[in-house]
Write a protein that binds this ligand. Structure first.
Ligand code: F6R
Length: 585
């Protein structure tokens, strides 16, 4: 499995260089091992690309020159071919007449490459993407540019969002299949990008493309046709989101900005359309089998959801999306799939729901990004309304996903959520003095190689999510266990001063007795609980309040992971080997 890249294109009467540079920087969270741009200037295609972060490469190559009013850009997360300048996008055809950028994976590229090599094409990279430029070149020998693109796109298998320019025409041609592509339009300007975040500084008039939509962008003009269905009408949606809200402002990193938004995020997530929530509840009650499907942090939200729904008397099976295939024979028309995803574009999740749909299951989803594939392909969806999450590590969206499961739990049990009280407690957990305490804890842990985390019930879920946060941004090995399970093997790894984070919840006596087992082997105990205990070496105080503890306990852990990354000299927003949207399998 791999993660993917960001692409953007602009044609209009303004300075394309400035627009695509600003836009591609807003897509950097999707991939950041190399970057490149292509412009048309005086009948020639100019390519600038290299390995490195956007700012570094721009400083070296100056993306702002030569000035043009048509261009493409790409930020890469390597899948096929290592991280080299040659493998960076854009890619050209043999005659340097055509430039392409691509997000996704061309599964049949080897076959296409062999075919093209026999016809004399020479390849400069190891990427799957380069075949697209040569394939268009090949067809351009017989038909015009638009038709050559159509023919080429029809041959591609896999997932792709592609943008193409040609040195002789003032237009951008694009296609999407299973990788996202959004179109923006203003008077005299047209845009295309991997997500709306890249386009919002420039336009609010957006078109969400469907699979196999073939699009031709000219200044202020957009033509769309579907390569399978033929002529189609796609609505221009006006999206009013405050761009300010999406800027980093004075924060050092998006991650801390996003964590500090969590009180409002929690409240917004609970503000749902009553009727939609009712539909979820009816379907949950009606379904004979319920699967909760997601990946990564969203999977942890599902796991929490499974505990919460079980408390309400409903049995569900939480399952990691990439494992879902193994359960297909158990899916039928009485099955409800609840898919959870921040991006709504995670390929494993989309594949799972598509296969479940073929077996007539109902698909309900919980999503952050409006207009994403998951919102479009679900029977019903609830938006978590967390706002843009730029940091690669999911933080505020986890809180929002938990809030939705708390809401479903409260509807099923008729137990009210005290929104104001929870909000106030979140704010307290995020206060300066609390953060300073976490900074001290981070100082103690920053040079450790391993951390073990335990909890029981909902606290076990928190342990899993806390371990993921610590691993992915601070690169400290962190492993979580149910409190009762660690003695079945892993306790062998506990030695003098091994850090053990213990989450104390409703099963207090039991988890404290599990903690004794760790302490007896020399474990250095960090307790996350309402009350201090003799056995703790350090105490992180959090409120204890039934189901809402899911929220209270994870917040200090998100802060801890953040602080560990900073202290160890890593950029928490852009962890190595990762990108935010996982758009291929
Ligand atoms: C972890 C993280 C990932 C995502 C996972 C699923 O901090 O961000 O584990 O949770 O890739 O992504 P979505 O929720 O977009 O489906």
């Amino acid at each position: 499995m791999s993660k993917m890249c960001g692409i953007i294109g602009y044609v209009g009467n303004k300075n394309a260089n400035e627009i695509i540079l600003k836009g591609i920087k807003r897509l950097e969270y999707r991939g950041y091992d190399s970057v490149g741009v292509a412009f048309v200037k005086d009948g020639k295609i100019i390519i600038k690309k290299d390995v490195g972060r956007i700012d570094e490469v721009h400083k070296k190559l100056n993306f702002l020159e030569p000035e043009s009013n048509i261009g493409l850009a790409h930020t890469r997360w390597a899948t096929h071919g290592s991280v080299t300048k040659g493998n960076a996008h854009p890619h050209l055809d043999c005659n340097e007449k055509i430039a392409i950028v691509h997000n996704g994976i061309i599964e049949n590229y080897q076959e296409i490459k062999e075919f093209l090599k026999k016809r004399g094409h020479e390849f400069k990279s190891q990427t799957d993407s380069e075949v697209i430029a040569h394939l268009i070149e090949e067809f351009s020998r017989r038909v015009d540019f638009e038709n050559a693109c159509k023919k080429a796109f029809s041959m591609l298998q896999g997932s792709f969002a592609v943008l193409v320019i040609n040195k002789d025409e003032e237009k951008i041609i694009g296609i999407r299949k299973d990788s996202p592509l959004v179109i923006g339009i203003n008077e005299n300007e047209s845009f295309a990008a991997s997500d709306i975040y890249a386009l919002l500084p420039f336009t609010r008039n957006l078109i969400f493309l469907h699979n196999y939509d073939f699009v031709v962008l000219e200044k202020g003009k957009v033509r769309i046709e579907n390569l399978i269905e033929g002529k189609v009408e796609r609505e221009v949606e006006r999206i009013d989101i405050n761009v300010e809200e999406t800027d980093k402002k004075d924060f050092h990193h998006y991650m801390i900005k996003e964590i500090l938004e969590e009180a409002d995020v929690f409240e917004r997530a609970l503000n749902q359309d009553e009727l939609k929530v009712k539909k979820f509840i009816e379907e949950i009650k009606k379904a004979k089998k319920i699967f909760l499907v997601a990946a990564g942090t969203s999977y942890h939200a599902c796991l929490a959801g499974s505990y919460l729904l079980a408390k309400a008397g409903i049995f569900t099976r939480p399952i990691i999306a990439s494992e879902f295939n193994n359960f297909l024979n158990a899916i039928d028309e009485d099955t409800l799939i609840i898919a959870v995803s921040q991006s709504g574009e995670t390929a494993d999740v989309l594949e799972a729901i598509r296969k479940a749909k073929e077996r007539k299951a109902k698909i309900f989803s919980i999503v952050n990004v409006y207009g994403s594939s998951l919102t479009r392909e679900s029977d019903e969806f609830l938006l978590i309304n967390a706002g843009f999450e730029i940091s690669v590590a999911a933080t505020k969206t986890y809180i929002a996903e938990l809030a939705i499961f708390l809401l479903l739990h409260s509807k099923l049990t008729n137990k009210k959520i005290n929104k104001e009280e929870i909000k106030a407690k979140i704010l307290d957990l995020l206060s300066r003095s609390r953060r300073e305490h976490i900074e001290k804890v981070a100082e103690l842990l920053k040079d450790k190689q391993h951390v073990f985390l335990i909890g029981r019930g909902l606290e076990y879920v928190t342990a899993l999510e806390a371990a993921l946060k610590i691993k992915e941004i601070s690169y400290i090995h962190a492993e979580a266990f149910p409190g009762g399970e660690i003695k079945h093997g892993t306790i062998a790894l506990i030695e003098k001063d091994t850090p053990c984070i213990v989450f104390v919840g409703e099963e207090k006596e039991k988890i404290l007795s599990n903690t004794e087992e760790l302490k007896a082997r020399g474990g250095f105990i960090i307790g996350v609980s309402e009350q201090n205990e003799r056995i703790f070496d350090i105490w992180i105080k959090v409120p204890q309040d039934g189901e809402a503890s899911l929220i209270y306990q994870i917040i200090p852990m998100q802060l801890l992971a953040y602080r560990l990354a900073v202290l160890r000299g890593f950029d928490p927003d852009k962890p190595r080997n990762l990108a935010k949207s996982v758009t291929v399998l």
